[in-house]
Design a protein around this ligand. Structure first.
Ligand code: PMP
Length: 418
């Protein structure tokens, strides 16, 4: 029996729901990133790091809605904050105090964020950060890095089907970690460049840390050419109380946030220098418009605030220690077994490659998806590409059991031609 057959045998009710979904949703899915073949399990409930599907299978969730649920599922503090807010009302055509409290908590953690605006998704956050950079500098061109992910709006997806070619020319892709390469790629375009956007720790591109030296180079380079430096910390903000910018000691002009700041609810933000973000100040003539029926939604803001308040420095230490434990156990195990698999990561974020790194990235990781399915059958839920984020309720025993499962599954994989 193949892994896929085994999975189908354990998930008949999910299969039925997927069939039903396929009649309404293309490919049975409304979110590209949660689909995997043959179909994802439909979830019924979650508590802590345990999630239960509609067939009664229980998984330990090492993804937490793509790293957003840093406290795990249905954390009591978050549930209480959300219930209290829902009873008072879920949304108004007017602001609420909780949006100020969340903004203040974020500013306390990120001194570079002098002013910010809330959005519903990370996609909107990067879209508005880039627009703000263009409006502020009066320049049109942007740059990002290879293996970037900044969401799904047109500029973030430049170069893909459905995005006008006119936009392609406005987005330059730079080589990661290569200062000379950055200067070469932008030579002659410096005066047109509005901003460089970078994930200080890449998420979708495999958990890769840009490191302090490269970020400091980008800071100097942007200052020299008059472009803005944007840190997309939608994933990276979870690595420490003051985010990746605190860890690496580099101050961006603008920052985008998402995932954990909504405490499991749809909420994201963009912010930074007051002179840049101030262009959204509606009291000023010519202010940029930033409407949004659910911007700063009080339920999401209450969940985010409760989450950040729970995230005391010792909790970040706990998560980083668990991340280190996983990486060292699995890394040692891979070396001892002589397999070409690798595990990487920073703090609570990790990325496992079941085969040679370059083939995993280049081929869309067939071997990673086998690893993913193998782990799913062992009761561990990661991203299909092998990424994970550790949540606060995780114990050392959970980590050790995940590590053993990773070693067992990797050992059982057929060698894949590079
Ligand atoms: N930027 C980064 C670094 C992300 O990881 C993501 C989401 N994975 C986004 C932007 C887009 O966020 P959202 O899915 O909330 O639109």
């Amino acid at each position: 029996m193949t892994r896929s057959d085994d999975y189908r045998a354990r998930t008949p009710r999910s299969a039925e729901l997927f069939e039903r979904a396929s009649r309404s949703l293309p490919g049975g899915s409304t979110r590209t990133t949660v689909f995997f073949p043959p179909y994802a399990p439909y979830m019924a409930s979650g508590e802590g790091i345990r999630i239960r599907d509609v067939d009664g299978n229980v998984y330990r969730d090492f993804l937490g809605n793509y790293t957003s649920l840093i406290l795990g599922h249905a954390h009591p503090a978050v549930v209480a904050a959300v219930e209290a807010q829902v009873r008072r009302g879920s949304a108004f055509n007017a602001p609420t105090e909780v949006e100020i409290e969340l903004a203040e908590e974020i500013r306390r953690r990120l001194p570079s964020v002098e002013l910010l605006r809330f959005t519903n998704s990370g996609t909107e956050a990067t879209m508005f950060a880039l627009r703000a950079a263009r409006a502020f500098t009066g320049r049109a061109v942007m740059a990002r890095f290879d293996r970037h992910y900044h969401g799904t709006h047109d500029i973030a997806m430049a170069g893909t089907a459905g995005v006008p070619a006119a936009i392609d020319g406005l987005m330059i892709t730079l080589p990661w970690g290569d200062a000379d390469g950055v200067e070469r790629a932008l030579r002659g375009r410096e005066g047109e460049l509005a901003a460089i956007i970078i994930e200080p720790v890449q998420g979708s591109g495999g958990i890769r840390s840009a490191g302090p030296d490269f970020l400091a180079f980008l800071r100097r380079y942007c200052d020299r050419i008059g472009a803005l430096l944007i840190f997309d910390e939608i994933i990276a903000f979870r690595i420490a109380p003051n985010g990746a910018q605190g860890v690496f000691g580099v101050r961006p002009d603008l920052t985008t946030l998402g995932k954990i700041i909504g405490g499991g609810y749809p909420l994201a933000a963009f912010g930074g220098r007051a002179d840049v973000i101030g262009i959204f100040d509606a009291r000023r003539g010519g202010a940029l418009t930033h409407g949004g029926t659910f911007n700063g939604n009080p339920v999401a803001a209450a969940a985010g605030l409760a989450t950040l308040r729970e995230m005391t420095p010792d909790r970040y230490d706990h998560l980083a220690a668990l991340g280190e434990r996983l990486r060292s156990r699995v890394g040692d195990g891979f070396r001892a077994a002589g397999v070409e698999a690798r595990i990487e990561g920073t703090a609570s974020l990790f990325q496992v490659y079941a085969g040679p790194l370059e083939s995993a990235v280049a081929t869309g990781a067939r071997d990673a998806s086998e690893l993913f399915m193998g782990l799913l059958l062992e009761g561990f839920y990661l991203a299909p590409r092998g990424m994970g984020g550790i949540a606060v309720p995780t114990t050392e025993a959970d980590i050790d059991e995940l590590a053993s499962a990773m070693l067992r599954v990797t050992a059982s994989l057929q060698p894949v031609a590079a």
